[in-house]
Design a protein around this ligand. Structure first.
Ligand code: ADP
Length: 603
């Protein structure tokens, strides 16, 4: 119930439309009530020749005397009632769809925004397909549930109206028709306890299928290169088959439920019909009255069935609503502190003070890291794989928050800075550049959305990429494939560097930007990066130590600890990890090139 009430705020903007829709509903229900009377008049008075009721006779005047004219008028009246009935239904369905879809869109975009704000820790644990399912499908319940209320209300109004009219005509028949109510109630209860939990299960299975599609499409290269298409296909089909089986079973149960409801109402109809016909034979009831009662009983059962059916549907919508609100209720772990201030452009002094960080469920990833970086310095972060280099860098823009210690930007704790303004201070160039499936110009402009075409080109020139872009048939308007496919790794990286140029942030994070390109391309990219680093504090995770020789500060990480720091000259003469890694790389390179290594002697 609480859950259903949470949909109300989404309804607010549509209050007026909803009011109008409710008025139409009531009108519609009233017209519904008028329907069977046409029949009664036709049977009893036009055909049966019974005396016309005085009100009707007064209304029709001489027409009531002429049987043919009477017939035409009554039949036409029936037609008009039917047309009004349907017209109102169409109008209302337009209004309701408008309200419902509007509400769903609002909720959906709220979920989308929220999903982006959740920390990476959360996304590390969640499956993307599950997100897609929640945002795109489950969210629909937010509009569907409130829209069921007027329908239910209409059903209830019609039910009460029909019952009263039937009761006025023949109390016994009316009461007889109601004997089925307890059976209906029992069926609904059974549905709620037996079918609903299974529905929940089917939903999660269907969400899983979506995850598989999403994952397979993003891993297509791996799948193809390992020749695992049929394996993936089989996995998907099997999972799909399980979901389909479960869905079929649930649908059968749902249909059985509908059938039970229909059988119960058919039983009721038989009861009323049998008793009514007996009354007609006995001469206690006219045929017209029996017909009108039957019409009303059928009309009583329509709303009854609608109410019973809605019971089932509402359960399903509520499950969806729970899932969707579950996502919305997940609090973003990385949030602005109440006293957070936006940060103006910094000088770029970065301080890590005793920072420790652990991924959920892992051993300590970073331990007591302390680093002091002056504005404009180039800092190289080196160390074996898994040492925690990437993790350390992801703490700076607050992708994660450290459990202990502080990170300061120009002396201000980054948790005291609004997340948005903090992140504006970083440009990140990753090992594997991620580009959108959009034009190259749009990809570069992602660095600053309001940049002019001249600025985009200038950034591309600075990133040594203008030349290759101009060489493409569509130039800057070349549309890239998903994740930037249709460009080589080196080209993608240069587009990413151009994007960073355009962003013009005071602090630069380079996460092994040249590790996946050949040495010739590496030269071109490093050249662009050198230009990009000017006047910015730069953190550079580097695997090839030859690229860090000129860094102002080299931080050596091992198992999450800073084991050494200093410049190349200082570190190379210590018999520490840096010296060992350096020697190993010199030897490797020499072995590749087939010459004797020049290893630095230790003092
Ligand atoms: P490096 O960049 O030095 O190779 P990382 O910072 O990527 O190292 O990883 C440090 C450690 O943290 C590794 O042991 C890795 O398994 C673990 N790790 C990295 N990312 C995650 C994550 N999202 N969740 C849990 N553990 C992670």
């Amino acid at each position: 119930m609480k859950l259903a009430l949470r949909t109300l705020p989404y309804l607010r903007p549509y209050r007026r439309l909803l009011g109008l829709s409710s008025v139409i509903l009531v009108l519609d229900a009233m017209v519904d009530l008028a329907n069977p009377w046409v029949f009664k008049i036709l049977i009893d008075h036009v055909i049966g020749g019974q005396p016309t009721p005085p009100e009707l006779a007064a209304l029709l005047g001489p027409i009531a005397q002429d049987q043919g004219l009477f017939l035409v008028v009554i039949v036409t009246a029936g037609l008009v009632v039917a047309i009004i009935n349907n017209g109102l239904t169409v109008w209302n369905s337009y209004l309701q769809t408008k309200i419902e879809q509007g509400m769903i869109l609002r909720f959906r975009s709220q979920l989308f925004e929220h999903a982006q704000r959740l920390s990476l820790t959360f996304h590390d644990r969640q499956r993307t397909g599950d997100f897609m399912y929640r945002i795109n499908y489950s969210s629909a319940a937010v509009g569907e549930i409130p829209m069921m209320v007027p329908q239910l209300a209409q059903a209830i109004i019609t039910l009460i109206g029909m019952f009263i009219v039937t009761y006025l005509i023949d109390p016994t028949l009316a009461l007889l028709s109601m004997t089925i109510a307890p059976f209906l109630w029992f069926s609904i209860r059974r549905y709620a306890t037996h079918v609903q939990p299974r529905l929940e299960h089917v939903r999660s299975m269907e969400g899983h299928s979506l995850t598989m599609i999403q994952e397979a499409m993003s891993m297509l290269r791996v799948i193809i290169s390992f020749g695992r298409e049929s394996y993936e296909h089989q996995r998907f089909t099997e999972q799909g088959r399980r979901a389909v089986d479960a869905r079929v079973r649930v649908t059968v149960s749902q249909t059985l439920f509908t059938m039970a409801i229909n059988v119960i109402t058919a039983g009721g109809t038989a009861l009323v019909l049998g008793y009514g016909a007996f009354q007609v034979i006995e001469g206690r009831l006219t045929l017209g009255t029996l017909l009108i009662v039957m019409a009303y009983v059928a009309s009583v059962y329509n709303p009854l069935q609608a109410i019973a059916g809605a019971g089932g549907t509402i359960q399903e919508h509520l499950i969806n609503l729970k899932v969707a609100f579950g996502l919305l209720d997940t609090e973003a772990e990385i949030r602005d502190a109440p006293d957070a201030q936006p940060l103006e452009r910094t000088q770029g002094r970065v301080t890590f003070k005793d920072v420790s960080f652990t991924y959920p469920g892992r051993l300590e990833t970073l331990r007591n890291v302390t680093i002091d970086v002056e504005p404009g310095q180039v800092v190289a972060i080196v160390g074996p794989t898994g040492a925690g280099k990437t993790t350390l860098m992801s703490l700076l823009p607050r992708f994660y928050d450290p459990q202990d210690g502080r990170i300061l930007l120009d002396g201000i704790d980054i948790r005291k800075i609004t997340v948005k303004s903090l992140r504006q201070h970083f440009s990140v160039v990753l090992q594997e550049p991620l580009l959108f499936s959009a034009s190259i110009a749009e990809n570069i402009r992602y660095g600053r959305l309001d940049a002019s075409m001249e600025e985009v080109v200038a950034a591309a020139e600075a990133a040594n990429s203008h030349e290759f872009i101009s060489g493409l048939p569509d130039g800057y308007e070349t549309i890239l494939g998903e994740r930037g496919s249709r460009l080589s790794g080196g080209e993608r990286q240069r587009v990413a560097v151009a994007r960073a140029f355009l962003k013009d942030a005071p602090i630069l994070i380079l996460d092994e930007p040249t590790s996946s390109v050949d040495s010739r391309t590496e030269g071109v990219i490093l050249d662009a990066l050198d230009r990009l680093m000017v006047g910015r504090t730069t953190f550079m995770i580097a695997h090839r130590l030859s690229t860090v020789r000129h860094a102002d500060l080299i931080v050596v990480l091992d198992h999450g600890r800073v084991v050494e720091q200093g410049d190349h000259e200082t570190l190379i003469v210590q018999s520490g990890l840096y010296h060992k890694m350096h020697d190993a790389q010199v030897r490797q390179r020499a072995a590749r090139e087939g010459r004797r290594p020049r290893v630095t002697p230790l003092p």
